[in-house]
Design a protein around this ligand. Structure first.
Ligand code: NOJ
Length: 555
């Protein structure tokens, strides 16, 4: 496979709203990040992905953009952005921005103009359809649902038509069928590249092309089923190839598409190296592992055997043909240590174990802010403490449907996106050192013990472990380019595999439990070369202690 910087790099995801506030308004900002560049560089990461920083009314925390070429006021200015970019570049770190072009904000001038009249020159920049039937208003054009609850169609009383929004009402879908829309987006992308950014993470990129029949979603299809009429629609690949030619080519940048509805087969169409489309994608199969029938609010326990099989499917499915991006969390998901690890007795060990696993797989690893500290889920007592519209909508809908408050809150405590969005924990001081003002969302009360300052002082912390781990991966290109072979497939506690290539053969063993468990007997005397130390002993060459994770050389 072709070798490139974005395959060898480690990505750190920054959620600016919650990272560091520099001006006391309670909201993280670009100058806040600027003050923490040395911290970020100290982690040994090579690329940062910034969640949206564009002008936005913030119905969906920046995923509703009202100006693609300006910075959100709360976050600072374009000058701050340029300073930040220069600061990262000076430290050898590349910067990837979010690209949110399936939809804009309803406050974007394009949409305002589009909704102003049926004859507006921008009418066709969004997806407008007449309603059905004689009703006033008529019924929506079809049965599509919006991701954050309710129908995907909103009736506009001014022009008496519906517009499509696969997400919130304030996030109207752009009409990619219109060549003028594509040209405007491509030109905007080029201007960001010319400004110096190093790539885009592309929001829900698999939803750009809608089936022109606008047929109903079938009863057996979930919102993001691979066959849903707006998932991998008929012109998706054509649009992406045109984007490649007109916006991406000529720049040394990386692209990673957020890809709802992607199977391994579909992934090969979008990111296969021979396809000339995108470099990488985020699949959702692993993130769906504790959902019931595609519903994230109906959770089920995670089976390690299933988790191994999902990861193996992606490792082998893309091997030699496309490149994985590996993540155990992001700003839309619960904290990884709470979901896949044990945030109680084995918090530090399991947080390290997950990081070790992530950085030992084939593909580009993504670490989300706070993951390097072992930050855990928060359990705010009241729905009033939550800010995420998805969480608030679920709470309202579930109660209206008769569910009990306690059960609904338990589900929110586990799955809410706000778990990932509580402020970064810098110190045990006021507001964890995140802001001098009133933080926009509450802190996780555990900041008094889990924070950067405390972990800097503790050589056994998750933070110090993260730094040695990134260094270790860099010193072992086998972990980047080597092959993957799963071992002990049916073992309910052990995640073990071999990576081989670049002159090395490495055995990775991770004990996903609080009990000592047998490792794999992998041929001749493995030589231990990296470990999280496990917890409470029990570690021998044949056994792993609770949540022990280790890498051994087999040659
Ligand atoms: C995916 C983003 O990650 C999420 O935060 C956002 O709400 C939706 N796309 C809509 O843009």
């Amino acid at each position: 496979m072709r070798k490139t910087w974005w395959k060898e790099g480690i990505v750190y995801q920054l959620y600016p709203r919650s990272f560091m506030d520099s001006n006391g308004d309670g909201i993280g900002d670009l100058r806040g990040i600027l003050g923490r560049l040395d911290y970020i560089a100290s982690l040994g990461v090579d690329i940062v992905w910034l969640n949206p920083v564009y002008a936005s009314p913030n119905k969906d925390n920046g995923y509703d953009i009202s100006d693609y070429e300006n910075v959100m006021e709360e976050f600072g200015s374009l000058a701050d952005f340029d300073a930040l970019l220069a600061g990262f570049h000076a430290r050898g770190i590349k910067v990837v921005m979010d690209l949110v072009v399936n939809h804009s904000s309803s406050e974007h001038p394009w949409f305002r103009e589009s909704r102003s009249s049926k004859t507006s020159p921008k009418r066709d920049w969004y997806i407008w359809k007449p309603g059905l039937g004689p009703g006033k208003p008529p019924s929506p054009p079809n049965n599509w649902k919006a991701c954050f609850t309710g129908p995907a169609w909103e009736f506009d009383p001014g022009t008496e038509e519906y517009y499509l929004h696969l997400f919130a009402v304030e996030q109207p879908d752009l009409n990619w069928e219109n060549p003028a829309v594509r040209q405007a987006v491509f030109a905007m992308m080029r201007r960001w590249f010319e400004r110096g950014i190093d790539g885009f993470r592309m929001d829900v990129i698999t939803l750009l092309s809608k089936d022109p029949s606008y047929r109903n979603l079938r009863p057996e299809e979930g919102m993001f089923s691979p066959t849903a009429p707006y998932v991998y629609g008929p012109r998706l690949h054509e649009f992406i190839r045109q984007m490649r030619q007109e916006a991406l080519s000529g720049f040394d940048i990386m692209t990673v598409g957020e890809a709802p509805g992607t199977t391994v087969e579909k992934a090969l169409e979008l990111v296969g190296e021979d396809r000339g489309e995108l470099d990488m994608l985020f699949q959702f199969e692993l993130m769906g592992i504790d959902h019931t029938d595609g519903d994230k609010w109906r959770q089920r326990p995670i089976s390690l055997v299933e988790m191994k099989s999902v990861i193996e499917g992606w490792q082998l499915g893309l091997a030699g043909r496309a490149w994985n991006s590996n993540y155990f969390m992001n700003h839309d998901q619960p904290r990884s240590v709470s979901r896949f690890g044990d945030d109680g007795a084995y918090r530090s060990e399991s947080a390290k174990a997950l990081l070790l696993l992530n950085l030992s797989l084939c593909g580009t690893p993504y670490i989300y802010q706070g993951e390097e500290l072992g930050m855990a889920n928060v359990a705010f007592p009241s729905i009033k403490d939550y800010r995420d519209l998805d969480t608030l909508n679920y709470h309202k809908e579930a109660l209206a449907a008769g569910a009990g408050e306690a059960k609904v809150m338990a589900s929110i405590h586990y799955m809410s996106r706000d778990n990932a969005r509580t402020p970064m924990q810098w110190s045990a001081g006021k507001n964890a050192g995140f802001t001098q003002g009133e933080p926009w969302i509450g802190l996780n009360p555990d900041y008094r013990t889990v924070n950067v300052e405390a972990e800097e002082a503790d050589p056994a912390s998750v933070l110090h472990f993260t730094r040695s781990l990134t260094k270790f991966r860099k010193a072992h290109p086998c972990l980047v380019y080597g092959s993957f072979e799963l071992l002990a497939r049916e073992d309910p506690r052990l995640f073990a595999f071999i990576r081989e290539g670049e002159g090395e053969r490495l055995l990775v063993e991770v004990n996903f439990s609080g009990q000592a468990t047998a490792g794999v007997a992998a041929g001749k005397s493995p030589r231990l070369i990296f470990s999280n130390g496990g917890a409470g002993g029990g570690s021998t060459p044949a056994m792993l202690g609770p949540w022990e994770a280790r890498i051994s050389a087999l040659n």
